[in-house]
Design a protein around this ligand. Sequence first.
Ligand SMILES: [Zn+2]
Length: 821
Amino acid sequence: MLTFCLLASVVCAQSIPATSNCPPTTAALYARLRSIGLDQQRVYSVRGASIDRPNLHLVLDDGTLAFTEDICGRITGAFFEGEGEVLLRPPNKVERRSLALFTGMAILEEQFSSAYFRFNDDTAASWQPNLSPLPEGSEFAKNWNDMSRSMAESDSLRLLLDFSHLFPIPGGMEPEREFPRLFHAHLQGKKLGGFELFWDAAAAEPLWAGQIRLREGIPFWDVWTSFKPGAAGAAGAASSSTSDVSIGSFRIRASVQPPTMLRATAEVDVLVRKGGRRTLLFELSRYLKIDAVRMDGRPLDFIQNEALEGTQLRRKGNDLVAVVFSAPLETGQKLKLLFSYAGEVLSEAGSGLLYVGERGTWYPNFGLNPALFDLEFQYPANWTLVATGKQSPTTAETAGMQASHWVSEGPIAVAGFNLGKYIRAEAKAGNVFVEAYGTAGVERSFRKAPAEMVQQQPVFPGPRTPTGMVLASPPPPSPARNVQAVADKAAHAIGSFSQWFGPYPFGSLALTQMPGDLSQGWPGLVFLSSYAFLSQQEQNDLRLDSNGALLSSLVLVHETAHQWWGDLVLWNSYRDQWFVEALANYSALLVLEQQNPAQFRQVLDKYRSDLLSKNKEGEWLHDAGPVTLGPRLISSHFPGGYEAISYERGTWLFHMLRCMLRDSEAKARTRNGPAHPQEPFFRVLQKVRERYAGKSVSTRELIQAFEEELPRSLWYENRRSLDWFLDGWINGTALPRLESRDVHIAPKEHGVTVAGVIAQKDAPDDLVTAVPVYGVTASNSTVFLGQVLADGPETSFHLNAPAGTYKIVLDPRQTVLSTLK
Ligand SMILES: [Zn+2]
């Protein structure tokens, strides 16, 4: 044992034999991990104990410390009271700025007065030299025991994964093995209040700090900073770690009993890419409870755990499920797991209209991992069910129930279904079959049209008003009446997108009504908000303002665009999620631009003015953070930050890229020959579609595809590179004010030369912007002269212009996210 410990010092630095005090079952071990108390025999006075990791230094200067009771001979936690200090240095600008937004400090330097630590490594042993026993310490341990027990819960599942190898396996104990180190500190800061700090070697970004903060009674996880130390990239980017296991296929048999009940078995084929683990984690809606997990007919231990308050997982409505195997998994092993589960995962929103899927995932899954799906549903005969995949012919009805069977045509990342008492319409886009499904009414919670004063009708029963008028409401909206228009509009969008991005990626598209104002895209299936089913008249009745009506009419096309961006081409990590939303949104705007250029401008203008609004604390919305912070943008400072930044700023970023490439290329072509039949923006996107179909793409890879089409005039410092765009615009929050001054126009042999200075104000000093400069000629027409790569606060420029040019204007077509003067 001792020899082995020297070899694997990471996991067995503690001296107590591993047999003592060890719970006999998984459930018992888990129960103990999640409520472990303080050990009255292990209370010390502590001086100068520290934790050092790259970019992190934490020290317990002086105070009292009690370790938690041991579990299987291991100490996994401690409570500290006294004087301590933490120093955390984010490695780059993006993370320093994020930290500063929440703490007012670009480098975290904070004293704390108490702390609770949880760890899976040799932390307890490493502190021994700094500890001296405190004979009267049992009182301290008693006082803080309840608090420690309640804090033990948050890491208990993770520790279970690490320690599950402690159970006997057939033929004796499993050998010790290494697992990623975890150190989690809950600190009571003197200035910042309670906050948390993580070092988790298993995470793509191992070091992070944050805080739960309430805003109007709602808890938010404010992620102050998160990164991989040593990652040189501007964003300290998370790489999607290739996981140890992947799911190849699902075979799900579900019985649906409206309005709420789902009962299902899911057969999940798992491939073990890297062996050694004994536990796998799945996500599943918290409304579904697992009865059993089986492998080869034998039941497996499992634990279903509630996600923690305020986390992303919690917001999605999911629980974590740990499945524990009787022996460590082996590399290359293929597992067939059978989950049976049931629960009220659907909710009724109105007659014939259900919410499906808003309550988390309806089958056990992990990550975004393309797999094959074979789905069979049983449901009452008077309902219509639509699911992802290709439908096999419906089997006959029996006893008022019917069945339908759906098989994916290739690997897809997620599978869903929707059911309702629908009216159906169909349309075609080339050979793509489009169907729309809407119910006769809308959800109970749907916004009510305001009543209007109308001329009194003698027979009309209504509340009478003194003037002899009656107050009457317009008829309630009916999505079923509008299904044909929905199908036609989606078919039209598919036509345009196929031309721009390449062929529609799935066999067909079904759009089904979903209650609420959110929509959701699945491969070949869209859950479309009831609001997107409204006719023009119904929108008028609801008094949606012109922006509201415009935005709700974009939803359908936005969701259709997700079939390419989000369903076919996936995003890599949370830092890349923005481009899927932004690109789907910009795609919808491109369709609008063709139909109504003025409305296209109206939407872009609205986005800009949103970004220029301020929150209650007086902070600019556009300073919530760069698009690459993804869901971290949802914070107590900016609850709507994710939507505003990834959709609105993100849309502007694609507009900038498109116009920049188009205008430069058009200028080059007028000199050098005929124009390419297709805009460079679309050439890039077709390449992205081909290169990354069925795969995930990072922001960096996406930008590389744009660099390949980058015209010479947009090379910065003589390099074919968009690093300047990535640094300043994608990983930045800039919304500069652009001005020209000191402009001189001088005649030359052919035409004139224009010289001057472009100033960027309200912008970081290192911001580079491609500013389109136009000349105004004697006949008052504006002529594109070229792009000036404005670099920092002031940049002088020299351009040629046609004879008669008497002044210049910057970006008259508003292709740059800026305020102009
Ligand atoms: Zn979207």
